[in-house]
Design a protein. Sequence first.
Length: 191
Amino acid sequence: MYYRMKLVDKVRVPPNRLGEPLNSVVLNVLQQQLEGAIDREIGIFIAVTKILGVGEGELIPGDGAVYYDVTFEALVLRLALQEVIEGDVVETTTFGCFVSLGPIDAMLHVSQISDDFINLDEKNGRLICQESKRYIGVGDAIRARVVTLSLNEREPRESKIGLTMRQAGLGTQRWLDEDLEKEKEKIHGGA
């Protein structure tokens, strides 16, 4: 889930930037340091959006920079096990597909897509269920559940997020629409 958070941090303003407007320098430094970073307690930083306050600067002997206590607002993604999320398929492979959740990609293994045997249609970039003929391809919007979550603060690209679509109410938007139509037909007796 996405959160807008109010946070406090100490920001180092380098000596070569001391003549620039303080709020814009502090915002720029925070954006460079935090956006795309992962903090286990806070989440995945999407964007630092606003500087709410800058305290008095502190000097450290031997360092020409000034350190400021800064209150700021940031947008973060905080994932939890069993959370239902939505994302877009960005790549298909023989072992599954990668799903973009915005700042980070998750893995949807073929064993977590369907009970059917699944083949990769490389030409069209799709994974096709052999019996039901349902498919999932690049660009498809999906709804899935987070089943594994291993975030790496030091190397965000090494983080591992596993998804499943093997439950009712999960799948591509096309699958969900088909299931809804089947349910309506059951209720109305096919009329």
